[in-house]
Ligand binder design. Sequence first.
Ligand SMILES: *Cc1c(COP(=O)(O)O)cnc(C)c1O
Length: 367
Amino acid sequence: MIRIAQPEIGPEEIAAVNEVMRSGIIAQGAKVAKLEEDFAKYCGTKYALAVSSGTAAIHAALHAAGIGPGDEVITVPFSFIATINPILMVGAKPVLVDVESNTFCMDVNKLKKAITKKTKAIIPVHLYGQPANMDEINNIAAQHNIVVIEDSCQAIGSEYKGKKSGSLGNIGCFSLYATKNIMCGEGGMITTDDENYAIAIRRFRQHGMSAPYIYDELGYNYRLTDLQAAIAIEQLKKSDRFTDSRQKNAMIISAGLKDIKGIILPTIGPDRTHVYHQYTIRITSDFPISRDEFASRVQALGVGAGVYYPRALHTYPHIAKLGFKTGDYPVAERMAGEVVSLPVHPAVTSKDLGLIIGAVKEVLASV
Ligand SMILES: *Cc1c(COP(=O)(O)O)cnc(C)c1O
């Protein structure tokens, strides 16, 4: 089976972990500090803060931005659940804006209508690895004094108008989970140019502590360990090479699958680069079989096709009960029924690419 995700772990990561193990200093320390320095430099921001997950990153970002009960936070209904849950974790109300069917990112034409006096933040999601339409989002946010928090968990290294994701809004959130473009098992990063946000995030990840045993407010234990940071430091060095490989793989798959009726290939919006966390196609009603049938037939041929995501977020019970219903976000709902991702990661070989393209054609020929 050609897996849908496969972390690339080399001798560098193994040596780095060994070094931390031998040092006897395992928890947040010098490696976390080094990762933060390298990550900020990579993204082009003043600060980068390490936390225990991408979910913790978004939670900490919302807290640092002062979001709480009575506030509204705008995001999209087509993403991983961890985009929306932190909005509930700070007690705010999620407001959803539908996505575009070509980029799968927020449809900025529908953003203005969603803004109210209570809107305090917008969380655009750079889904599958390409940035959302950030100029429009930033313009609208600036007019209303709204904080922009990028969910860049899938988009490390992607660019919009020559600037890296994570530096495009006020705060950027990343995940270092095992399947992400760079990883350390579990982990997260937060980028910002704002010193006050950086201070608030450092406090929040450590029990609300501003100095030894001085607890200013409620906080969490959201720290990353030096063991994980050591892995992430090595992965970050390889990030551009990983991206290069993903982009080349995506081009080859797209060339192999062009002009098939009922299959829509990924497209890249203007002024941005795509780092292909996922290579995601759409199986539309013009295709002879359903998306689910397509995915299971491709899987049966040894290609680990995956569906990200099979349901729009507003249809899950804990979100729906806030007042959403099926039909509210028709594009997101349609995408959830059409998308399927094919393996694109750096460990996919040129032989694998041939097998992936061949499997799709074989499925097509068999129906
Ligand atoms: C992975 C991911 C997250 C959450 O990251 P974790 O590290 O798994 O907590 C949030 N948003 C998106 C879009 C993601 O892909």
